[in-house]
Design a protein around this ligand. Structure first.
Ligand SMILES: [Zn+2]
Length: 403
């Protein structure tokens, strides 16, 4: 059953650009879906008689928002890094932990050692918690395999998450996460492997190719080689850029017309102007900054320059084991300088734009019926009550999936 009518909505956040204000809020609203898509949304007093026959859920004055679109995660991984977290919180540096075999390398080793079925079932557990907290679409990257077979196994596990849970999965190939230990100083050899073997192997399985272009990861020249090969194979482009140091990744992403450029903590004003000009989405990850003890991402500067901003969890075992987008909305508001309205838009419509899903992240005729009913009358309660799960009901493509 993918037909649904929700009535009695106190405030409906539509994100519809044809309505007033950033969030296009409709008071005393109703919304109707057929075959998984919205067919009508507006003031309930104007609800068409023929839609009254749809299966009905009453909101009793509560707020309804679009489902969250989490546009940057590393949801598939083996093991965890809780011991490393404890060591960091007790004062060891990330550098010391890396030298002792921790960091991304430890997750790569654990992922290679974990069967695909276990990778998939663990990731599905995380996805179910995401769905329960209001996320209806999630991007999942590979990048802890760093060999052809394990990268493919990670993507198989990511696709399985979409098959065994109602959450919608968008997959991204991140073979260029770091140079794996067995390549030592042979960086060019690994870039060749990514371009000549991995990209052809994943083409048809993923929508996007991502590169971690930063200090300690890939250089701008290496990233260019990989992303140009990915674009030639028909993949959309994304980058992790300007997180740890300013290396020029954002300018490269803008030049190549990347769908999204993520992190951007160290972005300069020239980078911001280039991103605005290119129309790429800036995906900001406020929980990473919080957990690493670094300043929040420059959300205000990007927003004011006219860059479409998305916010996401970056769910990963090292720097942000966060599954709940409600917390990200709160952090973007409380630490990164966005208004509550901008944060909510960035977590829904912004995320959909970053994943090039024009029919997601808003509520109006033709959009996918991904809806969240809050246990609150106002959407402002999300940043107002950080840490409280305010989700009462989740609808994915017209179906009630979480009650
Ligand atoms: Zn990431």
């Amino acid at each position: 059953m993918r037909d649904l009518l929700i009535t009695g909505i106190g405030r409906l956040v539509t994100n519809d650009p044809q309505r007033d204000g950033l969030l296009g809020i409709v008071a005393d609203a109703a919304v109707a879906a057929r075959d998984g898509r919205i067919v009508w949304a507006g003031p309930e007093a104007q609800l068409l008689r023929e839609l009254r026959d749809l299966p009905e859920v009453g909101a009793d004055g509560r707020a309804v928002i679009p489902g969250f679109v989490d546009s940057h995660t590393h949801l598939v991984f083996g093991g965890d890094r809780v011991d490393e977290f404890g060591r960091r919180m007790r004062g060891e540096t990330y550098q010391q932990i890396m030298e002792a075999g921790g960091g991304i390398a430890s997750t790569v080793a654990a992922t290679r050692d974990t069967p695909t079925s276990r990778l998939a079932s663990d990731a599905a557990g995380r996805a179910r918690r995401m769905l329960g907290t209001g996320t209806t679409t999630v991007e999942i990257k590979s990048g802890y395999g760093l060999d052809v077979a394990t990268e493919l196994r990670m993507l198989e596990a990511a696709r399985a998450v979409g098959d065994v849970t109602p959450i919608e999965v968008v997959t991204t190939f991140l073979g260029a996460h770091v140079v794996p230990p067995e390549y030592g100083e042979d960086r060019a050899g690994y870039v060749d492997l990514v371009v000549e073997e991995m990209i052809p192997a994943v083409t048809g399985l993923v929508e996007f190719c991502d590169v971690f272009c930063d200090a300690g990861a890939f250089t701008v020249d290496e990233a260019r080689t990989i992303l140009e090969a990915a674009a030639a194979a028909g993949l959309g482009l994304r980058l992790h850029a300007e997180q740890l140091a300013h290396t020029g990744g954002a300018a490269l992403g803008a030049e190549l017309g990347a769908a999204a450029i993520d992190h951007l903590d160290e972005a300069t004003d020239a980078d911001v102007a280039a991103i605005a000009q290119a129309g790429s989405v800036a995906v900001l990850l406020p929980s990473v900054s919080l957990l690493l003890g670094s300043p929040p991402p420059p959300a205000r500067r990007l927003w004011d320059a006219g860059v479409p901003v998305a916010i996401a969890t970056d769910c990963n075992p090292g720097t942000s084991y966060v599954e709940n987008m409600q917390l990200i909305v709160a952090l973007a508001t409380l630490t990164a300088g966005l208004t509550p309205e901008e944060s909510l838009w960035a977590a829904t419509r912004g995320g959909a734009m970053a994943l090039r899903r024009p029919d997601h992240g808003w509520i109006g005729p033709g959009s996918v019926a991904d809806l969240v009913m809050l246990e609150a009358e106002s959407h402002l309660e999300i940043p107002y009550r950080p840490g409280t799960d305010l989700v009462r009901l989740v609808v994915k493509a017209g179906e009630v999936v979480v009650l």
